[in-house]
Design a protein around this ligand. Sequence first.
Ligand SMILES: [Zn+2]
Length: 223
Amino acid sequence: MIDSDLKLATFDMDGTLIDGRVIFSLSDRLGFSDKVRQIQSEDIAGHLKTKKIAKLLEGIKVAEVQSAVASIPLMKNCEFTISELRKRGFKIGIITDSYTIAADFVAKRLSLDFYAANRLELKDGIITGDIKMPLGWEKIDCFCRISVCKRYHLEEFAEKYGIAMVNTLAVGDTRSDMCMIQRAGVGIAFMPKDPDVTSATDRVIHKPDLAEVLDIVDNSFKS
Ligand SMILES: [Zn+2]
């Protein structure tokens, strides 16, 4: 059953809801950002990079990750935009290829409805280096091949809440977000970091202010 009044908004986290990237905040603090950058530049599928980066986190305390996330400010007008979307009937959540520890922190801070992210395996509050990746691209033959296929999870959350794809909004800034930006009823490239992301949609925001999303929403969805 499709609920015609309800709408769904999915946001990327790093560089979209928050003005920074968790893995770099963490690796800068602990002195291994060069290793992260090196893995990210490798010519392998995204999900394999995520697995390699998780190995670098072995031995780090969960509390370190939480404090790295807490140190990153929310994007300008983030809380205002979320509360305005809620007034417009949106279910709102995060789809990120970062970690559940980080997504959970941001989702709680913003009282969001859901999130999808990679789960780092823990033992006594310490990261083991193993990671559980939700994937999803292998089920829908998506081109992204990253650890959390955002298109797959957008479709899953829409189905879960009984929301038609035409009533979905997706906002993101990197190549990881392209598959959900293209699939959503309204896909927005927010401060795009790559020309491919800019050309994935005709709705592009170049100003680091999430309130710009509301103008697009009000012009794109029937209320
Ligand atoms: Zn995908």
